[in-house]
Design a protein. Structure first.
Length: 479
């Protein structure tokens, strides 16, 4: 193994071109994560334009014993795509692999390169009258490669599943620099281990995703959203049951937001005001956002929502409801929900817990965890919101009002995490619903995952990446 970095840089420049190998200062966008929690230093940021170039870069780095950190839109929330601070890792930035390779409308699929930005994929599908339903607040900058590497969830999981369920095939560059072409686009393929599923959710630790076949669905004729004020989380869970019964497969989103999350949005995001101003809704009420996607008409979608909300109002599970009257109105409701992470960032660093719990146990989980967090940190501010329909909550904790966030985080993070993750375990949940493990939750994973599961995961890593070339120390400890 050669470790001559200058020689590696020279080879990289010859292989992908001078302009595609960035070194020196000014690389913060690649070296500091979205939350500004992780600050690394890269030997170089390499921006290949094709799968063959990716494979050549992997072979060169492998020959020189230099680790590779795959990176897409760099919107990940667990520090998985940020280099460490050694100055000896290469960031493999995939943004230039951004072509739509093929459409197969009869197969309801499209083949795209890994660096395509999610929103541009949604738009390309829409231009053909089809829908790629993966949707999350970072869709303007996250990439398909990153979505698949983290098995992203988002707002449509209730109906369409995670990124995994929306992927029919992959192309991957392996740790020895070979290209695995798994772009068949089949819905049925029982020819042994599912390699595709192994790479999905592997967070860049097993291979570099360079392209994918994505599953498309017919575009709904109408999408209508509603907001409902509910007295508490028990009522929100009851509303979910009612809405599922009334709307069936048309119910495509069911999001919940606690009062503080909407307060922060109103404080930090210009143009967004609290939805219940002027209504007889107590300040302690939670807000639910429901979305119906309908194959018939806007009026039909509105009628479905009105029937679900009407029944819930009768049973006092809903205090007040607003059904969007136009597409712009629906967008406005979504904007409230999607602005929460940005509002939280503006309020200051915070502790994020992206967890899942069986839906039925969520009210008890939140009540118990609120109590135990307040016991270790009186005045801590809970910003609790998320995809209640999938049992996925973002249980985030902001420093008490007026307390400087970074010092607070340092002092309280371990104790608050212990409260939250102990409660997650006690309620049969998962410590990472959709954001992944990365650097942030690696040690927590070791504490919480069974010894058998960890041993199986290490065997897979050893088999596919024996030299620990891809993302060492992320997801699993370095060997
Ligand atoms: C405002 C905001 C809202 C968000 N909302 C959601 C949400 O609702 N649901 C959700 O699941 N996530 C959410 N996220 C997290 C993030 O957007 C997703 O994880 C996204 O899928 C990451 O894509 P990316 O291209 O930015 O990946 P990056 O951040 O660049 O990378 C993420 C991980 O994937 C690896 N990786 C990236 N590209 C590749 C590749 N081509 N091959 C192999 N490995 C690769 C990286 O090494 C890293 O470990 C949100 C983030 C933000 C900032």
């Amino acid at each position: 193994v050669h470790t001559n970095h200058d020689e590696l840089l020279t080879h990289l420049r010859t292989t992908v071109g001078e302009a595609s190998v960035l070194t020196g200062d000014g690389l913060e966008a690649y070296e500091v994560d979205w939350r500004k929690r992780y600050r690394g230093r890269a030997l170089a940021v390499v921006r290949p334009r094709s799968t063959d170039e990716v494979a050549a870069v992997v072979r060169l780095c492998r020959r020189h014993g230099v680790a590779i950190v795959p990176q897409g839109g760099h919107t990940g929330l667990v520090g998985g795509g940020t280099p460490d601070d050694s100055g000896r890792q290469v960031v493999l930035q995939l943004g230039r692999l951004n072509r739509v390779r093929a459409f197969d409308e009869a197969n309801f699929s499209m083949t795209v390169e890994a660096g395509c930005v999610l929103q541009s994929v949604q738009e390309a599908a829409a231009a053909r009258g089809l829908w790629f339903p993966l949707s999350l607040a970072a869709e303007g900058s996250c990439t398909i490669g990153g979505n698949l590497a983290t098995n992203a969830g988002g707002t449509q999981v209730l109906r369409f599943g995670n990124a995994r369920e929306l992927c029919l095939g992959l192309e991957v560059v392996t740790a020895d620099g070979q290209v695995w072409d798994g772009l068949g686009g089949l819905r049925k393929d029982n020819t042994g281990y599912s390699l595709r599923d192994l790479f999905i959710g592997s967070e860049g630790t097993l291979g570099v995703i360079t392209a994918a076949v994505l599953q498309l669905v017919p575009r709904p004729v109408a999408q209508v959203t509603a907001l409902a004020a509910v007295p508490d989380l028990d009522a929100a869970v009851s509303l979910l049951r009612t809405a599922t019964a009334r709307c069936g497969a048309s119910l495509t989103a069911f999001e919940v937001m606690n009062p503080l999350s909407l307060e922060l949005v109103a404080r930090h995001v210009p143009g967004l005001s609290p939805p219940w101003a002027g209504h007889a809704v107590p300040p302690s009420a939670w807000t639910v956002l429901l979305e119906v996607s309908d194959g018939e008409s806007e009026a039909h979608a509105q009628a479905l929502l009105e029937s679900a909300l009407g029944e819930a109002l009768e049973h006092d599970h809903v205090l007040e409801a607003l059904v969007a009257s136009s597409v712009a109105h629906s967008r406005q409701f979504w904007h409230l929900r999607e602005a929460i992470p940005l509002a939280q960032a503006a309020e200051g660093l915070n502790l994020k817990h992206d967890i899942s719990i069986p839906v039925s146990r969520i009210p008890a989980f939140v009540a118990a965890t609120d109590r135990s967090v307040q016991a270790v940190s009186p005045g801590a501010r809970m910003v609790t919101f998320g995809h209640l329909g999938d049992g996925n909550l973002h249980y985030n904790v902001q420093a008490p009002a007026g307390v400087e966030p970074s010092g607070y985080l340092q002092a309280f993070e371990p104790a608050i995490n212990a409260c939250v993750y102990d409660a997650v375990q006690a309620h049969g949940g998962s410590i990472s619903a959709e954001h992944g493990i990365g650097a942030l939750k690696r040690d927590e994973l070791e504490r919480r995952k069974s010894a058998v599961a960890l041993a199986l995961m290490r065997s897979i890593k050893q088999a596919l990446d024996p030299a620990d070339l891809f993302n060492p120390g992320r997801l699993l400890r370095r060997r």
